[in-house]
Design a protein around this ligand. Structure first.
Ligand SMILES: C[S@@+](CC[C@H](N)C(=O)[O-])C[C@H]1O[C@@H](n2cnc3c(N)ncnc32)[C@H](O)[C@@H]1O
Length: 296
């Protein structure tokens, strides 16, 4: 088993939408462990190309190992998803046949305690996808006042108890009681009360902090703006999202851009079998759109 094992979600469904073919050029902007990328390269053999990017250096390392058999058919770069236009320009690629984004964190990032993404394990309050730059979630909590923090938790976590939670997080921070993700969960619970159902009361707060730290919605917006111009006519953009904020953005971008024609009226979701085998697939939603000629 690869050290960066991550089961790609909705793999058949992604391939059906992108329909990789011989000689095609595809961009995977969320390489992760390279699961989707590998399948795209296999389908576009013998000469299809894949431009793969990720902002996490350890994901790039893993993908590079996973795709080593494909030689120079795979070109990998460290980049944010909103940098796709620049990456393609630097490679002198004008347009591509497909763009794939499989958003969010990989199961490997979640499993690595030191990254601080996991609710279940006690790690530092970090949550950066690229641990070499930007502020950590703890730094964000430390520099925000309770109102700013409540806005982050409300907007990115869609958490209606945001004010209470933000005050509790600030108090814990000021009292020096906020060091680990376990402390973070504890501070959220102090505001919300104990867990009632299946979902941990800190889930939405963790999601909100992660989205803010990584500027995930800004990145997605930049990608959605660039994708139509970067696709050749007939090319397809496919996005897998994991929460309603992202899915709404994708849906609107595909619907409102005259260069795009949505291929999925409703998002494609995982089959019962996949949901059973891969819990991460349970909240996955895939939407795709085709680049069309304007005024044709
Ligand atoms: C769900 S995983 C992708 C898994 C991959 N499709 C596979 O099959 O192995 C998401 C990856 O996207 C990266 N990522 C998420 N948001 C990003 C962004 N804004 N810019 C660059 N990479 C991002 C994460 O670092 C993570 O490695």
């Amino acid at each position: 088993m690869n050290a960066f094992e991550h089961t790609p979600v909705l793999l058949d469904e992604v391939l059906e939408q992108l329909d990789p073919t011989t000689g095609g050029v595809y961009a995977d902007v969320t390489l992760g462990g390279g699961g989707h990328a590998k399948a795209i390269l296999e389908r576009s053999a013998p000469d299809g190309r894949l431009i793969g990017t990720d902002r996490d250096p350890s994901a790039l390392e893993a993908a590079s190992a996973a795709l080593s058999d494909f030689g120079d058919r795979a070109t990998l770069r460290k980049a944010r998803i909103g940098d796709l236009a620049d990456v393609l320009a630097s490679l002198e690629i004008e347009n591509v046949d497909g763009v794939l984004a499989d958003l969010g964190v990989s199961s490997v990032q979640l499993d690595r305690v030191e990254r601080g993404f996991s609710l279940a394990k006690d790690g530092p309050i970090d949550m950066r996808m690229d641990p070499t730059e930007g502020e950590t979630a703890l730094e964000l909590i430390g520099r925000s006042d309770a109102e700013e923090l409540a806005n982050v938790i409300y907007r990115y976590g869609e958490e209606h108890r945001s004010r209470k939670i933000a005050r509790s997080l600030r108090r814990a921070f000021e009292e020096g009681e906020l060091e680990t993700t376990g402390d973070l969960r504890h501070a959220v619970r102090r505001a919300t009360g104990p867990r009632r159902g299946r979902i941990d009361p800190a889930t939405k707060t963790f999601q909100a902090l992660r989205i803010a730290v990584n500027e995930e919605l800004e990145e997605l917006e930049a990608l959605l703006e660039q994708a139509p111009e970067l696709l050749r006519v007939g090319g397809v953009v496919a996005v897998i999202s994991f929460h309603s904020l992202e899915d709404r953005m994708v849906k609107h971008a595909f619907r409102d851009n005259e260069q795009l024609s949505p291929l999925t009226k409703r998002p494609i979701i995982a089959s019962d079998r996949e949901r059973e085998n891969n819990p991460r697939s349970r909240s996955a939603k895939l939407r795709a759109a085709r680049r069309v000629e304007v005024g044709a």
